[in-house]
Design a protein around this ligand. Structure first.
Ligand code: ATP
Ligand code: MG
Length: 424
């Protein structure tokens, strides 16, 4: 027996009716981004490997172990996009958009990371995110956070918690780095292998560790609070004041540092208890140094990325798999002659109606057709048999209320009206 080819590990097929939930979320995302004045950006799914090494950071999980990197036939090193921020900034520089003043973009699409697949963690995942460039002040941090929060709030996700923190800037982070080094160095031998490797390069990353060996030392690490410079302290206080004024609840969590090297000042995550170990659904912050590290002009920027799979898991956990209301019309032709009349009529109705029109073309009994209508979730059946043909009528059956109406055949407009949709 030949074995079936299956989807690669860590990837998923998204089938109906689940795909309808994706579509609904994406529609909400496009609408929300538009309301906030963000325009959609679409970048290639693959990029030069160098972009991610320079733009994500060499001490990150992504660059150290998660990238899908290969040589193409021209011997170029190519990487499947593991995140969007570096590609978006690459595009902004390439098209000289940053010189035109502040910019606002959003994106929705797949990312690829070589991870150990588990609940909420895949090798192909999907993200919605935004990037706002050109504003150094706390208003932009607030705008971006409130956009992410609005998506959560408008879905009634009560258990999600906004965690915010500040990780300082070039003026104060070096001092914090020294304080962390002094704290971790005496315990270096007890830390996880990852943390030992990161200790000298980027000790902030140790705070982000989920390894049990690191936990006691992370718990007792000094917080940034005592070391922040005045400018960073004011920026953070202003952000908190905006959040308070907007009634957006949050907790200040000094352990939030984000995995990527390029963050400065504001960092934030939205965390939900229903997600289990993969509890972060959205992460973001300010990254004023990124554009310059890609060779562009110094440009303040702030953004976030939100995991679509984890967001949908959250919705499902909180609201269950909601049953969609019955909608649409099943066109049922009993016999070849009726089919010859109903096929063109169905086409006319599809032009006219907003609701879907389903039709099956095989010779079946009425009951079999009605079973198909159930599977399609149709509200109505439009039934045409030889008796109806002879009478010049068609039966419109309401499958929910179990009632029949006879409608003159041939006038699609009458049908549209009977189906609750006026002719346009
Ligand atoms: P984690 O700590 O869970 O690995 P991360 O810090 O690597 O997350 P980001 O790079 O900040 O994640 O990506 C933002 C969001 O994208 C995450 O909060 C998550 O919702 C989603 N995400 C990231 N990687 C994956 C993945 N492999 N599978 C599913 N969703 C993911
Ligand atoms: Mg990760």
């Amino acid at each position: 027996m030949s074995s079936h080819i299956t989807a690669p590990r860590g990837t998923q097929d998204i089938l109906p009716p689940t795909s309808a939930r994706w579509l609904a979320l994406e529609a909400r995302i496009h609408d929300l981004a538009r309301r906030f004045g963000y325009g959609e950006i679409r970048t290639p799914i693959f990029e030069s490997t160098d972009l991610f090494i320079r733009g994500v950071g060499e001490t990150t999980d992504i660059v150290e172990k998660e990238m899908y990197t290969f040589l193409d036939k021209g011997e170029r090193s190519i990487t499947l996009r593991p995140e969007f921020t570096a590609p978006v900034m690459r595009a902004a520089l390439e098209h000289k958009l940053l010189a035109q003043g502040p910019q606002r973009w959003y994106y929705v699409g797949p990312i690829f990371r070589y991870e150990r697949p588990q609940k909420g963690r895949y090798r192909q995942a999907h993200q919605f995110g935004v990037e706002c460039t050109g504003h150094a002040g706390p208003e932009a941090d607030f705008e971006v956070i409130s956009l992410a929060w609005e998506l959560v709030r408008s879905h009634g996700i009560a258990d999600a918690v906004l965690n915010i923190n500040t990780i300082g800037d070039d003026a104060c982070r070096p001092r914090y780095r020294e304080a962390l080094l002094a704290h971790f160095r005496p315990h270096a031998d007890a830390l996880s292998a990852d943390s030992q490797r990161r200790l000298e390069k980027n000790p902030l990353r140790i705070l982000d560790s989920k390894d049990d060996r690191d936990r006691p030392f992370v718990e007792s690490a000094p917080t940034f609070e005592s070391i922040l410079c005045d400018a960073c302290r004011e920026h953070f206080a202003a952000l908190r004041a905006y959040l308070d004024a907007a009634n957006i609840p949050y907790v200040v969590n000094p352990k939030i540092v984000r995995g990527l090297d390029y963050y400065s000042r504001t960092v934030f995550e939205i965390i939900s208890g229903v997600l289990g170990a993969q509890s972060t659904v959205c992460g973001g912050g300010r990254y004023d140094g990124l554009v310059a590290s890609l060779g562009g002009p110094a440009t303040p920027a702030v953004g976030f990325a939100l995991g679509i799979e984890r967001f949908l898991m959250m919705l499902e956990a909180l609201h269950g798999e909601s049953v969609a209301p019955r909608a649409g019309v099943q066109a049922v032709a009993l016999g070849a002659q009726a089919r010859g009349v109903l096929v063109p009529l169905a086409t006319e109705l599809r032009r006219m109606l907003a609701q879907p029109v389903f039709m099956d073309y095989e010779d079946r009994k009425l009951l079999a057709h009605l079973k198909i209508a159930d599977r399609n979730g149709a509200r109505f059946a439009l039934i045409l048999g030889s008796d109806e043909l002879a009478a010049g009528e068609i039966v419109l059956r309401d499958l929910e209320e179990r009632s029949d109406r006879r409608i003159p055949l041939g006038r699609a407009g009458d049908l549209a009206a009977a189906l609750g949709e006026e002719r346009s």
